[in-house]
Design a protein around this ligand. Structure first.
Ligand code: UD1
Ligand code: UDP
Length: 381
């Protein structure tokens, strides 16, 4: 039996690793241990609950307004104590958060094999996204198995000298999560208590714009400009509902609530559970976001995405015409949104049969690699 510890701490890691945990639990050769750092609290728990996963260990690290350095130091020490006790054959991490990097470094210090899911995304700009670009570069230096979502990600890794035989192009597990969620919501459509019922059900003529935003490099001026653009769109299109589930980071809550809470057709909600959020994306005419996961999911659903970032680490969505990089200039956001909302069907140009990010079988491929590559430590003695 191979013991694999899957370690994660935030909402997006949970969305992209929960389907992998479920797939690993099906394998008779793997013993899966789930350790959450609790870098996020409510937003992590929402995803665990949606997938029905109860962690074996919860390090409960989140503090209000935690700083990068403080969280980093506490996470390395806490994950190290967990690894010393749990002694897995392999650690699996995902993406580019503080948890990802700290768990990778802690695994290296304990000389435990490391698998990195969603390896190879790059912008080549160390401050954008911040601090994620450097987190993933450092994680790639530490990893033994690189699960690249796309061929482009594989090429990025090869250019940095990663050995070809250690890179596995699997697709992004976000598509596995999305397909799982779509099946659930089609069988049992969710309700969202914070929103008028007709936004999800019935009244399909009422158009909906879904907004999210939380990147550190957008804090301050960038986020305020995004809010001004949303406000201007709301006034220009009184018949359109703009729904913004607001990230719990106080640096997001404060400006968003100050600038947008009094506009009639702007609906600010708490972070939504995963299934209702996917239902809203599926219902949206347009998505405005700076999120990594949301742009992947929305473009997989054939929704036009205005990406409020200056760089992209996911050019595949831009390549298929679903994603437009608009930065944080209010006028550019408004101009692009107006053009799309004035079209009879804003999704017409982007609707596509398959996702540029994967086919929904990424987890299956990762499980196969882990099973084939690892010999249980007991056999090596
Ligand atoms: C983190 C990740 C970012 C990821 C994002 C996904 C890092 C450095 N950043 O950013 O890569 O895109 O998560 O959402 O790893 N908070 C709560 N409850 C929660 C979550 C957050 O109250 O469930 C508040 C707390 O005050 C916390 C603050 O938000 O201190 C910041 O959380 P943190 O994880 O440090 O940063 P994020 O901005 O969430
Ligand atoms: N998400 C969610 N509820 C929300 C907003 C987002 O469940 O209210 C999900 C979304 O479907 C995606 C993930 O959270 O899978 C993205 O997380 P986030 O935007 O926080 O982080 P990023 O992907 O930018 O790192």
């Amino acid at each position: 039996m191979i013991k694999v510890s899957v370690i994660f701490g935030t909402r997006p890691e949970a969305v992209k690793l929960c389907p992998l945990v479920l797939a690993m639990q099906e394998s008779p050769d793997l013993q899966v241990h789930v350790c959450v750092t609790g870098q996020h609290r409510e937003m992590l728990d929402q995803v665990l609950e949606a997938f029905g996963i109860v962690p074996d260990v919860d390090l409960r690290l989140m503090r209000p307004r935690q700083t990068l350095a403080d969280l980093t130091s506490r996470a390395i020490a806490a994950v190290d104590r967990y690894l010393a006790e749990s002694r897995p054959d392999m650690v699996i991490v995902q993406g580019d958060t503080t948890t990802t990097f700290c768990a990778s470094l802690a695994a290296f210090y304990r000389r435990i094999l490391l698998g990195h899911v969603e390896a190879g995304l790059r912008t080549a700009n160390k401050f954008s996204p911040f601090p994620e670009e450097i987190n993933r570069v450092l994680t790639s230096r530490l990893a033994d198995y690189h699960f690249a979502p796309t061929q482009r990600a594989r090429r990025n890794l090869l250019e940095e000298g990663v050995a070809d035989e250690k890179i596995f192009v699997t697709g992004n597990t976000v598509v596995d999560a999305l397909l799982w969620a779509l099946e659930k919501i089609r069988r049992d459509p969710p309700r969202i208590p914070d929103l008028p019922p007709d936004l999800l059900e019935g009244n399909k003529d009422k158009r909906l714009v879904l907004v999210t935003g939380h990147r550190r490099e957008n804090f301050g001026r960038g986020l305020e400009a995004i809010c001004r653009a949303i406000s201007s769109l709301a006034l220009r299109f009184p018949d359109v509902a703009l729904v913004y589930p607001v990230h719990l980071n106080p640096n997001v809550q404060e400006p968003v609530r100050r600038l947008l809470s009094r506009i009639e057709n702007v609906y600010l909600t708490r972070p939504l559970d995963y299934l209702p959020f996917v239902a809203l994306m599926d219902r949206a005419a347009l998505v405005v976001t700076d999120s990594g996961g949301v742009q992947e999911e929305a473009s997989s659903l054939g929704k036009p995405v205005l990406l409020t970032r200056d760089t992209t680490d996911r050019p595949e969505g831009v390549g298929v015409g679903a994603v437009r990089l608009v930065g944080t200039d209010a006028a550019a956001i408004v101009e692009n949104a107006v053009r799309l909302l004035n079209e009879p069907d804003p999704c017409a140009a982007t609707v596509r049969a398959d996702s540029p990010y994967g086919d929904g079988r990424a987890c299956q491929r990762i499980v196969a690699v882990v099973q084939e590559s690892l010999v249980p430590t007991s056999c090596l003695v």
